[in-house]
Design a protein around this ligand. Structure first.
Ligand code: GLC
Ligand code: CA
Length: 565
């Protein structure tokens, strides 16, 4: 049996599809304009109806929202905007009854500056148990933060600087302190004993910093200092401690590691240092940008193919991939990799392109109906700390239009507009004015419309999931890419034994002729899925010698073939 097929108790994730919920914009159940766990409770049947097996919740904990939940002020409670622990338990139980697992977001690189530990730590004093919970220095080094200026902030109470790799209100925890690691284990136990099934672990590759915190080098101080805290000296020791706790409960661990390369990911995913079941790759994010607003460039399919194939090949037989195109940091793909003009076609082509790769697909709320990026008219309307910072810090010589354009294409806020449930006021998200702008296209793009349209993006996602499910070729088959140099078509094979599935996706906004690779002639194939169902009627097709496929704009299809060699 291939390694990937050896089953452990927590291996359910390999055959699962995850749905990611950023609760604040998912559904408002109690009518205050903010999404919450009451809304989630009501929509669980909808989530299940997609064919989803597990939910990942972005942080639900109390937080002053300097970074919308990633600045936690209490790890063992629920933000009052979203409900309370009882409501969370109701959601958890109902999800379990519907056959869906639930994983939480674990953010332990930093807390909020309003967390009790930080408030205590600021007081200093030798017998203060919280004194060394954070990283304090008399003099800062030259690091920049990712979100807000320098990485050090002076605290007048303590009379020292504290480190914050992200926003000022997100002080970094001192993971070298064993007491802090005990706190982390207590947090894990708290949620696991309640019944949650695992964690998505935020910027987990940053938690161990190089001793002495040496200065960074290079033209970009953030990038120039990253080697001082990415995959740091004690990372695998610390993660092994946390893995032990997760092992007691069979909990799944999924690491988020900004700028993780495939080689470093393997250290987290395999061998003696294995501490994660999956890692999120960042490589394909660079298909159109690096650091969102900072470096934006036109989308190139070849960059996307490079990134996807690299992870498929290098993890093969060694580790398991996580598959995603959108999340709360990485806004809407139709606007970025596809085409708003060919909304349905490109939305379904993008689904086809990644849902059949080897690994576990993640769908971000609203992606399944093809939500698009919002275009607000001024930076002041945006709320994301990182968008605002980048806007005011970089490209200052460019015109306002150009600077706003960068925000339109890549601000994290574009991923965070309320989910468009129907065409009623506020898109059916809330009875009152929502906490953030609703994308004006909600009248056309919404769940209700797509439920009743057989060919909608929503129903296409359901079909993709149905096809994957219980299909050993698509779950465990070997990956191989074809025609890599083609700038418009992504084609790959999933093969197991003598059965192959070929996935062919055009990213061209016009008709093209795609010549199938040699060796395909004189085969009989079966169309299993098509996003032009009237043009490609399911059933057998004969591939003629020198067969060119006439592909419509953003056409995608999945065909099944028997292999003779
Ligand atoms: C991760 C999160 C992001 C957050 C950052 C700091 O990248 O996905 O939303 O801002 O970590 O916690
Ligand atoms: Ca609410």
């Amino acid at each position: 049996m291939a390694m990937s097929e050896k089953k452990e108790s927590r291996d359910w994730y390999k055959e699962a599809v995850f749905y990611q919920i950023w609760v604040r914009s998912f559904c408002d159940g109690n009518g205050d304009g903010i999404g919450d766990l009451y809304g989630v409770y009501d929509k669980l049947e909808y989530v299940k109806s997609l064919g989803v097996d597990a939910i990942w919740f972005n942080p639900l904990y109390p937080s002053p929202n300097a970074d919308y939940g990633y600045d936690i002020s209490d790890y063992c409670d629920i933000h009052p905007d979203y409900g309370d622990l009882d409501q969370f338990k109701k959601v958890l139980n109902k999800a379990h009854e519907l056959g869906m697992k639930v994983i939480m977001d674990l953010v332990i690189n930093h807390t909020s500056d309003e967390h009790k530990w930080f408030k205590e730590s600021r007081k200093g004093g030798d017998d203060n148990p919280y004194k060394d919970y954070y990283i304090w220095r008399d003099e800062p080094n030259n690091w920049d933060s990712f979100f807000e200026g320098k990485a050090w902030e002076f605290d007048s109470l303590r009379g020292q600087y504290y480190l914050h790799l992200f926003a000022k209100k997100q002080p970094d925890l001192n993971m070298d302190n064993p007491k802090v690691r005990e706190e982390v284990k207590n947090i894990l136990r708290f949620w696991l004993s309640m019944g949650v099934d695992g964690f998505r672990e935020d910027v987990i590759n940053f938690i161990s910093k190089k001793e002495g915190l040496p200065n960074g080098i290079g033209f970009l101080p953030v990038i120039g200092s990253i080697h001082n805290f990415k995959d740091g000296p004690h990372i695998h020791e610390y993660l092994a401690e946390f893995r032990k706790v997760c092992d007691e409960y069979g909990a799944v661990q999924i690491g988020e590691g900004p700028m993780t390369t495939v080689n470093t990911a393997l250290k987290y995913l395999s061998g003696d240092t294995k501490s994660m079941d999956m890692m999120f790759s960042f490589d394909h994010m660079t298909a159109d940008c690096l650091f969102t607003e900072y470096l934006h460039r036109p989308f190139k399919l070849i960059r996307l193919k490079n990134a996807l194939s690299k992870w498929q090949y290098k993890l093969a037989g060694k580790a398991w991939n996580s598959l995603y195109l959108e999340n709360h940091d990485h806004p809407r793909i139709i606007s970025r990799y596809g085409s708003e003009k060919y909304h349905r076609e490109s939305g379904t082509a993008l689904a086809t392109a990644y849902m059949f790769l080897k690994g576990t697909p993640f769908i971000y709320q609203g992606q399944e109906i093809g939500m698009t990026n919002i275009k607000l008219s001024s930076i002041d309307q945006y709320v994301d700390v990182s968008s605002k910072n980048n806007y005011h810090k970089y490209h200052l010589k460019d015109s306002i239009e150009d600077r706003l354009h960068r925000i339109h294409v890549s601000s994290r806020d574009s991923a965070r507009t309320p989910v468009q449930w129907d065409d009623s006021e506020n898109a059916g998200f809330s009875r009152v004015k929502p906490w953030f702008f609703v994308n004006p296209n909600y009248k056309e793009i919404n769940v209700k419309n797509q439920e009743s349209d057989k060919e909608s993006i929503l129903n296409y996602y359901r079909e993709c999931i149905r096809l994957r499910k219980n299909n050993p070729v698509l779950l465990y088959g070997k990956y191989k890419e074809y025609e890599h140099g083609n700038a418009f078509v992504y084609m790959y094979e999933r093969r197991r034994g003598n059965i192959s599935y070929f996935i062919i996706c055009s990213f061209a906004p016009e008709k093209i002729l795609f010549m199938l690779p040699k060796g395909f002639a004189n085969h009989t194939a079966k169309i299993m899925l098509s996003n032009y169902p009237k043009k490609r009627v399911p059933g057998e097709i004969r591939i003629l010698p020198e067969m060119g496929l006439k592909l419509s704009p953003y056409e995608a299809l999945v065909i099944k073939m028997k292999r003779t060699k």
